[in-house]
Design a protein around this ligand. Sequence first.
Ligand SMILES: Nc1ncnc2c1ncn2[C@@H]1O[C@H](COP(=O)(O)OP(=O)(O)OP(=O)(O)O)[C@@H](O)[C@H]1O
Ligand SMILES: [Mg+2]
Length: 372
Amino acid sequence: MRSSAPKAVPRKASGKTTGRGQATAKVPPQKVSQSELQLRAILDTAVEGIITIDEQGRIEAINRSAERIFGWKSPEVLGKNVSMFMPSPYREMHDCYLANYIRSGEAKIIGIGREVVGLRRDGSVFPMDLAVSEVRTPSRRLFTGFVRDLTERRRLEAEVLEISEQERRRIGQDLHDGICQQLAGLALVTHSIEGKLRKARRPEADQIARCRDEIAGIISETRRLARGLCPVVLESDGLMAALDELARSTHQPKRLKCRFECPKATPLGDSLVATHLYRIAQEAVNNAIKHSGAKAITITLSPVDEGLHLTVSDDGSGLPDSFPPNAGMGLHIMQYRARLLGGTLAVRPASPKGTSVTCVIPKLALESETPR
Ligand SMILES: Nc1ncnc2c1ncn2[C@@H]1O[C@H](COP(=O)(O)OP(=O)(O)OP(=O)(O)O)[C@@H](O)[C@H]1O
Ligand SMILES: [Mg+2]
């Protein structure tokens, strides 16, 4: 903590603390400044950004990593309110939050830690991990925040998902353009053999007809797989059409009702947002089919004031009380996708029964989305 390292204060052998809260007794002056230097060196070589504030939220110290992360030099920020490192609306809420904590002891981050959004000097925002600990000295309270910039981690996560998306599309296209075409050729051959056998009144005609029907079944199953891997409508008609198609292909009269509701047109073409939302809906639908024994699944896409809501709800058995240790990846990947878009994903019990998966994407992500 470079700039706020304890100042050289006259030391009395009283055992009390100074106004700045440093213990002064029994330690020879030379030793204290040596240990201060060591402390500064340790804090300045820490990978995490470290910020110390007082009870009013005024910055007392930042280390080198914090300078790098936020783009400010230590002397430029000392004494200023730490909310300068936060974008709106968190900036406005911070003082209240701190005052509330000091009054009531009710912690939202202090001692807990969580992912929040930081603001750099150049005005850009970024995801960061923040853990705050409280330091009490006999005379005052300080708060130390440990900050880790998650930009690179998020970028890599996005890249991994993007690569897996490309791979899915490639496999989907290969299935559609390769295997489906070969099977279609085979179906034509069997059709023509069947015709010849029927002409010759041969009994094998029925056998070959069954083969032809089998092949037709395999073609439609392979097409269904290909569509799931590479939703063609997502490329041409956008998210609404792709979700509608997902509901249609899931719907099985008499066994499973699946419908798509879109109370207000939501024109989202082929884009990163559309792809992630489609995959979230697809996984939620698959989960409902696989795990819940649902009789009805509803996919809803609705624009709201804050952005966009995607909900998949089922009337099945509901989430288990605890997840098996070998539980899959689906829920995690849905969470990742929502986070990558700056949104949130909640999996809750539905009413009166079943499960509801809701993804909320903020307006900002919809406005700034880049076409794929
Ligand atoms: N709609 C649902 N109804 C009931 N249980 C569900 C539902 N969705 C998820 N679950 C439960 O949550 C667990 C985790 O789901 P998740 O999608 O992460 O993994 P998975 O479906 O088991 O495997 P994977 O998605 O990797 O193929 C499931 O094993 C299941 O017990
Ligand atoms: Mg799953």
